[in-house]
Write a protein that binds this ligand. Sequence first.
Ligand SMILES: CC(=O)N[C@H]1[C@@H](OP(=O)(O)O)O[C@H](CO)[C@@H](O)[C@@H]1O
Ligand SMILES: [Mg+2]
Length: 546
Amino acid sequence: MRRMHLEAVLKSSVRHAKPAGLTLQYGTAGFRTKAEHLDHVMYRMGLLAVLRSKKTKSVIGVMVTASHNPEEDNGVKLVDPMGEMLVQEWEVYATNLANAEEHELQTALTNIIKEETINMQDESCVVIGRDTRPSSENLSLAVIDGVTAFESRYQDYGLVSTPQLHYIVCCRNTDGRYGEPTVEGYYQKLSKAFNDLVKQSPNSEADKKSLSIDGANGIGALKIREMEQHLQPLLSLLLFNDGSKGKLNHACGADYVKVLQKAPEGIDMKPGERCCSFDGDADRIVYYYKDNEHRFHLLDGDKIATLISTFIKELLVKVDLTLNMGVVQTAYANGSSTRYLEEIMKVPVYCAKTGVKHLHHKAQEFDIGVYFEANGHGTVLFSKRAEEQIRQLVDTGTSEESRKAAQMLKNVIDLINQTVGDAISDMLVIEAILSLKGLSVEKWDEIYTDLPNRQLKVKVADRRVIETTNAERRTIKPPGLQENIDEIVKKYHMSRAFVRPSGTEDVVRVYAEADTQENADALAHEVCLAVFHRAGGVGDEPKPLR
Ligand SMILES: CC(=O)N[C@H]1[C@@H](OP(=O)(O)O)O[C@H](CO)[C@@H](O)[C@@H]1O
Ligand SMILES: [Mg+2]
């Protein structure tokens, strides 16, 4: 490392001192904790982004957000050259850097540079984005301080959704082939693909119902407002929880709706009308509606994956292309969705560990890989081969029908944000499919019926005592826990349950499914007790739900 660089680093590091003793881990989605503990982490992630940029000879992204966490929290994640999450091998560098005490920082940096044989003379560029949290602006300035300490180039994109930053990184590293590397370029690309798609809809006039969006009082609301003008008058959007009064993610947003299986506050729901919720950084989406009896119905990531993969499969038949398509889920996927995809749709389904990076990785193995977490985070990946074949058929398809189907697939490719799950992009794909197929939200919901399920959390002294295997569906530690869960599960009908330590919160998550909601709740509670007693629960024993 050149002396000058190092001196600059050590000098500016003093302004971003690490609270002694604080340790954090680069988890499922980067670092996340109370915002006041993150200044030094941001500065150091600025440094790491520069090293990653030099190493990959590409533009690297840094996003300041804590997604669905409460407003007081914040976090940071790095974006790799093609818009993917930071490669796993570098997560340990991120953790080491974040946890190095002041006097260890130099060694931590030198180690990475040596290990990765980074040439500090190489060019570098970092792009930065942030969500709407009150703490985000200052924290992004800390990132910039880190970036400039290494004399790197950077561009601050300011307020953007997480998927917009992923899109921008991908555009910057592909000479604009993926699109114009600006937020405006993103709107142009997506809205053109969407408008072209729905133009082909025989039902464009038929379903005049509007879509109500819960913006979680976050960045998604802001960005929908900007995008809206590109979409009019094809889609009528009603925006709620737009951040003008409510608190970010408070009693609203995709996570709230999915976990509590109820409508967010602040939204005006009319029977039969489509509603959707974004999360705090707009990379997740879930749909829902209430029926004429005012019962709430949730259409989560599993229902979205089913809708999209069915649509794509039908188009593939029309264009007569033999491309292999697979759906990737996690253990949280509702059993009914897996059964429907495998048995009715005859689509191969795979189970990956929780966290988008695992699903994304698996989905890359297919010509067309559809992946969604049940919570609504997901996208579709098209291999280069698939994309080329589809684009070719737009002109060379043997019949009018096949050319039209190829055109639709091409529009889907352009509409979907292939870099990462994206609430806005997914929403437009869903809206286009519903319009093209003339499907109401009720009809979409009827494709299969979810098994009643419950997700709970247990507080334990150290969640790392739980180790899992088989894509997190079974525990191997602590001893006896899995056997205990197996015994409990046997007592219920159509039942399934698993536990795993969360990667973003200091809790153990419990998931249970059974034939009735009452049984799913009782099963979840019994499993919570097993975790509490066998994995060092703290505080009061978990109480039954009713
Ligand atoms: C059950 C669940 O929804 N888990 C979420 C949550 O991870 P945990 O490791 O379960 O805390 O946050 C992740 C990041 O947003 C997301 O990828 C994941 O799906
Ligand atoms: Mg998110």
